[in-house]
Write a protein that binds this ligand. Sequence first.
Ligand code: GYE
Length: 324
Amino acid sequence: MNRRILLLAATALSLGAGSLAMGQSLPPLEKKDRYKVGFSQMESNNPWRIAETKSFHDTAEACNWDLIATDAAGSAAKQVADVDSMIAQGIDVLFLPPREEKPLIPAVKKARAAGIPTFLVDRSVDPAAAKPGVDFVAFLGSDFIDQGRRVADWTIANFKGDKGVIVQLEGTTGSSPANDRKKGFDDAIAADSRFEIVASQSGDFARDLGRQVMETLLQAHPDVNVVYAHNDEMAIGAIQALELAGRKPGEDVLVVSIDGTRDALQAIIDGKMGVTVESSPFFGPLACEVMNRYANGEEIEHWVQVQDRIFTQDNAAKHIDEAY
Ligand code: GYE
């Protein structure tokens, strides 16, 4: 082969690798008896996060992980620093739920530069800044747009009145589930002219902030009769605010949400909440399976999608024992 043919072959190879430029393939994961695994949790202020961290701990022994788990206490900057420290400790693989889409990009890039395969779990990063198959191996998680759409579809089908006045409690600003749960819901609800979203504000995915934001919004919009919360913790906070204001969630206000926590299933059983679309926190076993496939040299799909159920009056009692 002369040089020109060699060059052509190299170009064809790099084209065949899609967006991967030559020499940029993902860091491999060597097969080992035990792996030093990093799990960088973003915060632990709600049952969802606690259940997810527990799921990683519960998986560790069976998956031969020496697990290093950190807690960024709600700070993206601390989460970046936590990843730095794990890189310094020589982890083999990183599982990262990025609190927000943009601020965690440096953590993803640093792990990539250090040759550590990274899997994003439960939240993703800005796809314009970091890509699966290039900067990280894959995103393991739900379709948040679809979750929002399913809440809207259920609301359209089950709201009884002539005019739906909606307050939306958004998740953490700049996080992938907040962006996508809003988009999915807003687009689907727009198809039914009975509904109007009169306010949409962040409650940071937290119960207490959800309650406070709802208290304020109730004063500005006393005619609200639908509350869409991006997660169950804020929905429970909203129910507290509504009750404090003398409203009757489940009777004069329809509360709809996402996650499937124990408190939300109980609120559905009690008739205070209409629906919650599942978003499971039990990522440990899936993380183990995908990591092992990767160590075996398999090509991993860029999005390992989790399938979500839906909980209503019909099945909440049946599932409450498995909830968290
Ligand atoms: O819905 C919420 C949590 O990223 C999918 O984050 C996750 C979301 C979950 O704080 O409760």
